[in-house]
Design a protein around this ligand. Sequence first.
Ligand SMILES: Cc1ncc(COP(=O)(O)O)c(C=O)c1O
Length: 358
Amino acid sequence: MKKRADLPPGVLEPREAVLRMAPYSPPTGGRADKLRLDFNENTVGASPAVVDFLKEHISAADLAVYPEYGAAKRELAAFFGVDEDELVLTNGTDEAVQVLINTYVDDDDEVIVLAPSYAMYRFYAEVADARVREIPYLHDKLDFPVDELFDAITENTRAVLIANPNNPTGTGTTRAVIEQILERAENAAVLIDEAYYEFCGVTALPLLRDYPNLFVSRTFSKVYGMAAMRLGCLFSQSGNAEFLHKAQSPYSVNSMAVLAARAAIRDTDYIRKYVTEVLAARELLYVGFEELGIDYYPSRANFVLFRAGDRAIPIRDELRRRGVLVRDRSYELAGCVRVTVGTREQTRQFLAELKAIW
Ligand SMILES: Cc1ncc(COP(=O)(O)O)c(C=O)c1O
């Protein structure tokens, strides 16, 4: 086979689709000992009950055997109010997106994503060599582009991937609009990624039995404080779930993740209190921004996008030097920086550092 001239010697040529992709490399180190307001995680950690449950239930013998999912599927299905055969456990939402694409999208098929949105939608669509069509969030307030999305959906659309609320804009849409999307995109797999559901309370899950093209995902990476465990749930009608399972590796979710989830869903009090704290801290953050004269986009999730103008990257870097991590988004939204909302105490610390450099 002929070697491509622009590859260094000793490198095997990958698929064309992989060659074409822009690299996506979020930081994977150097975050310890900092105030981590850069990944929309739970900033105080998982419920202590999760850690206790893991310690109690993990033995050397347990580690030696391949995972079994029976108890976790039963308990999680009951918790989410679905049947067990409507639930697919995944290695984070990321694997949910990957499995959905592997199940429904072929080379050259059309996939619609909104922009900017969660990077993994485009990532897996591109790996699959799909044609990705991007619909931008509306300029001024970053509102959900309802009409533009309706116009873009055709009978050739194979998947529509939506985060509600959306990352990084923090804006969201209603269940009524989601129903209209499902009706228009009847030949497509429509994913509603509800990673931040607990902070906004809007869900498409009750529509599951009405729409065979609906897929809903939830994650344990955000409010549950279990990003390290890599656990997500993908919901759809049972006939679809069967095909998703068929396209999924049988043991992609590990035993500790499912054990942790079983304990996490029992400690609803912990989640409720954390959400209340974050919503109070978000109000505090808005007030702080207003005092500093900083424009921001009101959010329905545990992060807020604010405008730092042409200082977005210097501000991110200066905050990092001061021990506070935030995420620059200026590469996709001019001048914008995203900050995760944690506790009120952490928000005060962030605002004090921001004030010092603003
Ligand atoms: C919209 C959205 N979906 C999903 C995730 C997380 O995915 P996972 O469950 O793979 O950790 C994120 C994290 O940033 C996100 O913003």
